[in-house]
Design a protein around this ligand. Structure first.
Ligand code: NAD
Length: 482
């Protein structure tokens, strides 16, 4: 069934606390705005302290139930939720586009990737093993893996289905309960994920969904000894703040934070192939992707050819409402991004950069920003140091391998990095030299359900996806018996 916002409608928004959908009651609300039209499409209730206490208490009970469940049951719930998300893809994706702005086709891919992740975790739930060590005279030592406990998870607005699915899937596979605080800007997407899990048989105490003033919610939840782990995706600054809050009760953390991905294009690269791949990836979700290729370092011999081929492709990107099939890029998600991007571009130009394409907001309503290419961007420009999180490709020249490695590793971030070369030995050398949690060689596809996703340095720590994602929700116990 095709998504039609008039007949499907944006859902009524509510929190899910202790088995009940909660709204009204004089609670504060957050107005959800369609970024393509600036229309208010819903009001999300915000939690008060009593709601958060109720969620904590339910989560404590939920953990007791779920840690004692059979692996088969956890697997069945995750596989069932995956099936329901596929069945509901049109409806869920339509609401993603309404509240977040990305193209409908991107929203559908996001829902399907989340379903694939639930399917993968349905398998992993059955593969949580320990080991047995034989001792003399019939004695044994056991090493067992146990779920860590209730998890508090905080997700951002850029992947409003996929981030909640990541934060829920791994703990649910491991036997933990979860309190999820999705971004207030895009709550219907997270509600759809919780609904799929509940409809697939997840006991109602195991997952809670609360929204609120972010700092109020995180301070309240992370002060509680009930919560044993915090998982956050968002900016490095907020990640550091949450880690400080976790220190008092020594909670484990998984932090998926900002990036500023270098893309190194050597002069032996297949330039046409690189341009095709990079234009399609750079402007996905209007560049609001933590692993988006951002700092394009292009070797001297092909710099002019690359920038001109890349720019002429970017000029053809048609921006518009994500529900319109002719749009090739949607708006940014909120009014903060265009303002921040304009400031970063003005600063880059004052440091000698040239605007080759875009560089400004179009006329009309919505939080749109033109797809942009800058050339000759210097290392001193703020945009070469701060994550732009928008549809901007920054290009700069390099001449030697050592010089580009130094530039690529110069920042405190280390999430994703990309390189394009047809020389196999150079590919190995650059993959080894780059400080990043994920490296793509001749590709920008670096996300698979079965592979760990993580950053190094100030891009965070702890893996999501893959068996490592489940392991991050387990603790190890040694039992010695004679
Ligand atoms: P922000 O840092 O204020 O918010 C990012 C996310 O963190 C939001 O979902 C927000 O609700 C949440 N958040 C903020 N303060 C919090 C707190 N005290 N406790 C719990 N959650 C909290 O900034 P923003 O304006 O939304 O985005 C700005 C920058 O954040 C972007 O430019 C980008 O660098 C980064 N960001 C990164 C990702 C990512 O996927 N790694 C996602 C969104 C934003």
């Amino acid at each position: 069934m095709k998504f039609d916002s008039r007949s499907h409608g944006y859902p009524r928004l509510a929190m899910f606390v202790d088995g009940e959908w909660v709204e009204g009651g004089g609670r504060r609300t957050h107005q959800v705005v369609n970024p393509a039209t600036c229309d208010t499409i819903g009001e999300m209730p915000l939690a008060n302290a009593a709601d958060l206490d109720r969620a904590l208490e339910a989560s404590r009970r939920g953990f007791h139930i779920w840690r004692n469940s059979a692996a088969d049951e956890r697997s069945r719930v995750l596989a069932g939720a995956a099936r329901l998300m596929r069945e509901r893809v049109e409806q869920i994706a339509g609401n993603v586009t309404l509240e977040q702005g990305k193209l409908l086709v991107e929203a559908k891919n996001e829902v399907l990737a989340s379903a694939a992740l639930f399917d993968f975790y349905a398998g992993e739930a059955k593969r949580i093993y320990g080991r047995v060590l034989s001792r003399p005279s019939g004695a044994r030592s056991l090493v067992v893996k146990e779920p860590i406990g209730p998890v508090a998870a905080f997700t951002p607005w850029n992947f409003p289905v996929d981030s909640p699915a990541r934060k829920l899937g791994a703990p649910i596979a491991a036997g933990c309960s979860v309190i999820l605080k999705p971004a207030e800007e895009a709550p219907a997407s997270a509600i759809a994920v919780i609904q799929a899990l509940l409809d697939a048989g997840l006991p109602k105490e195991v997952a809670q969904l609360v929204c609120g003033v972010p700092d109020e919610v995180s301070r309240h939840l992370l002060a509680s000894p009930i919560i044993r782990k915090a998982s956050f995706t968002g900016s490095t600054a907020v990640g550091k703040h949450l880690m400080r809050l976790c220190a008092d009760t020594m909670k484990r953390t998984t932090m998926e934070l900002g990036g500023h991905a270098p893309v190194i294009i050597f002069d032996d690269a297949d330039v046409d192939k690189a341009v095709n791949i990079l234009v399609a990836t750079k402007y996905r979700n209007a560049g609001q992707v933590c692993v988006s290729p951002t700092r394009f370092y292009v070797q001297d011999g092909i710099y002019d050819r690359f920038v001109s081929a890349f720019s002429s492709r970017v000029e053809k990107i048609n921006i518009g409402d994500g529900l319109d099939e002719t749009s090739m890029m949607g708006p940014t998600a909120n009014p903060r991004r265009p303002v921040a991007l304009e400031g970063l571009i003005a600063d880059a130009v004052s440091h000698g950069a040239r605007v080759r394409v875009g560089g400004e907001r179009p006329d009309g309503k919505g939080f749109f920003f033109r797809p942009t290419v800058l050339s000759e961007v210097t290392a001193h420009a703020r945009i070469m140091n701060e994550e732009p999180f928008g549809p901007i490709a920054l290009t700069a020249r390099f001449s030697t391998f050592d010089e580009v490695v130094e530039q690529a590793n110069r920042l405190p971030f280390g999430l994703a990095a990309f390189a394009f070369t047809e020389n196999g030995r150079r590919a190995n050398l650059i993959a080894d030299a780059i400080e990043a949690g994920m490296v793509g060689i001749n590709t920008t596809v670096i996300r698979y359900a079965d592979s760990p996703f993580q950053g190094v340095k100030e891009s965070g720590h702890g893996s999501e996806d893959g068996p490592e994602g489940v392991d991050a929700c387990l603790v190890t116990k040694s039992i010695h018996q004679i």
